[in-house]
Design a protein around this ligand. Structure first.
Ligand SMILES: [Cu+2]
Length: 476
């Protein structure tokens, strides 16, 4: 190791003078190269990660000045302040990190140094090691980098870097940390394992009670979203979509919202009209709030997390449906509910890739959270039965054009009223697609004329090919 260091280390040089108001420099000036090399060698032996070896060794050839630059950095409004730190090359950088925000943050440096979570109102000291080159840092909580929570460490007096491939300036995505995406493992033709159980698409009857008291608990759950592809989703009550709530006009929903996740979250029920200030506020892990609303209007309503960036929170699983039956809803033989959403895959087992979300480039478009699940585990019906399918488009970014191949809808209810009921005024009207913008919902009714396999899709065909399809298996 010493030989290698001798061969590659540039000659020690005094750090250039830097006019910097904030950093304070401490420590004795080291002049003896032998002592310096010994210090570097010992440092690497004691803490390889601090020397940058674990992150690819971009700065192994740095030479310590023996000085320490200490900088105070405040995290507030999803920003680092200051967001640029100038450090003489060769100095050890120590960052006193204070979180003055109301949500959890952290600092990740491209060298592999991580602060760990910093709770609101707390501080933490981060030893960034010896700075040999410019280093990018960011908050790795999903979406915060996209919101601009980026920190740049400038190594003053460093040699210009060659090429764009330096790990010290990795511009990889915040959530994936520049790692490969689980999208590389996608195989939309792959069948699920034999023991795979699809989410039950059946909608049960609305509960008789008029006050629905329930707990909605945020939990981080690793979920297989397509065969062989898992993501750690932020869920309401363990699944994405969260539970489907079902009631009647006038019912009260008395919700206890509990955040057992790892970052702050919130909940927003479109099914109730109220001032959002208090019930929709974001709460930190370990906190809870009460959210009580009366469902005065019928339809299928979205609920979702409303914490910034909402796109990422929703893309990572935080959505679900509230169904309020319209008065006079006709009886049917079978009733299903399908919630369409998108997935923007981060690393295997990781969280949504915030950059893909911002670019609106989904890897998967799915019904009830899992790609193609009802291809392998079809919905069922019998010839001549009346079937109602509720559909909600949760997004966060892609609408739906819900269609049943080989089927025709004689009834369509969308966004609060019947677009078509029992064939309309002529009795012969039919509909081929339920057309939903993001956050819209409705239902269709149809009767299957003969036995067979009737695929259902979003007729936005590229989305069907990304997983927004299934089958209704109709038996005699
Ligand atoms: Cu959230």
């Amino acid at each position: 190791l010493r030989r290698a260091t001798d061969a590659t280390a540039p000659p020690a040089r005094p750090a250039p003078p830097v006019a910097a108001a904030q950093p304070s420099r401490t420590g004795a000036t080291v002049t003896a190269v032998g002592v310096l090399l010994l210090a570097v060698t010992l440092g690497i032996a004691m803490d390889p990660a601090a020397a940058g070896i674990a992150s690819g060794g971009a700065s192994v050839d740095r030479v310590s000045t023996g000085h320490t630059t200490t900088v105070d950095v405040v995290m507030k409004n999803t920003r680092f302040s200051p967001d640029t730190i100038e450090v003489p090359v060769g100095d050890t950088l120590v960052i006193n990190l204070t979180n003055d925000d109301e949500m959890v943050h952290n600092l990740v440096l491209a060298t592999g140094v991580v602060s760990g979570s910093v709770a609101p109102g707390t501080s933490r000291q981060v030893d960034a090691g010896i700075v040999g080159a410019d280093v990018e840092g960011w908050c790795s909580i999903a979406g915060h980098k996209v919101l601009g929570m980026v920190l740049t460490v400038v190594a003053v007096g460093a040699e210009p870097q060659s090429g764009d491939d330096s790990p010290a300036m990795d511009h990889g995505s915040a959530s994936a940390g520049g790692a490969s995406s689980a999208a590389d493992d996608l195989d939309l033709m792959r069948e699920p394992d034999a023991d795979f159980v699809a989410r039950d698409p059946a909608l049960g009857a609305a509960e008789a009670e008029t006050v629905h008291a329930l707990t909605m608990r945020v939990e981080d759950v690793e979920t297989e979203v397509s065969p062989g592809v898992t993501q750690t989703l932020w869920t309401f009550n363990g699944t994405a979509p969260g539970p489907t709530l079902h009631g009647k006009v006038g019912d009260v929903f008395d919700i206890t919202f509990v955040n057992d996740g790892s970052i702050e979250h919130s909940i927003d029920f479109h099914a109730g009209a109220l001032a959002p200030d208090r019930p929709m506020r974001s709460i930190n892990p370990g906190e809870s709030l009460t959210y009580r609303f009366t469902a005065t209007r019928s339809g299928i309503w979205l609920y979702h997390c409303g914490t910034m960036p909402m796109s990422v929170h929703m893309a990572n699983g935080m959505f679900g449906a509230v169904i309020i039956d319209p008065p006079g809803l006709s009886a049917v033989d079978r009733e299903y509910v399908l919630v369409q959403s998108e997935l923007y895959l981060g690393a295997q087992g990781g969280e949504a890739d915030a950059d893909k979300v911002a670019a609106q480039f989904p890897d998967l478009v799915v019904f009830n959270g899992i790609a193609n699940q009802y291809g392998a585990r079809p919905l069922t019906a019998k010839v001549g039965e009346k079937v109602r399918i509720w559909v909600l488009d949760a997004g966060p970014n892609v609408g739906s054009s819900f269609h049943v191949v080989g089927g025709q809808f004689d009834t369509v209810f969308t966004e609060g009223d019947y677009l078509l009921r029992d064939g309309g005024s002529t009795g012969t009207g039919g509909s081929q697609v339920l057309d939903l913008a993001v956050a819209q919902g409705g239902f269709v009714e149809l009767t299957f004329p003969e036995a067979g396999s009737y695929p259902f899709v979003s007729h936005i065909m590229s989305d069907a090919e990304k997983g927004a399809r299934g089958v209704v298996l109709v038996s005699p």
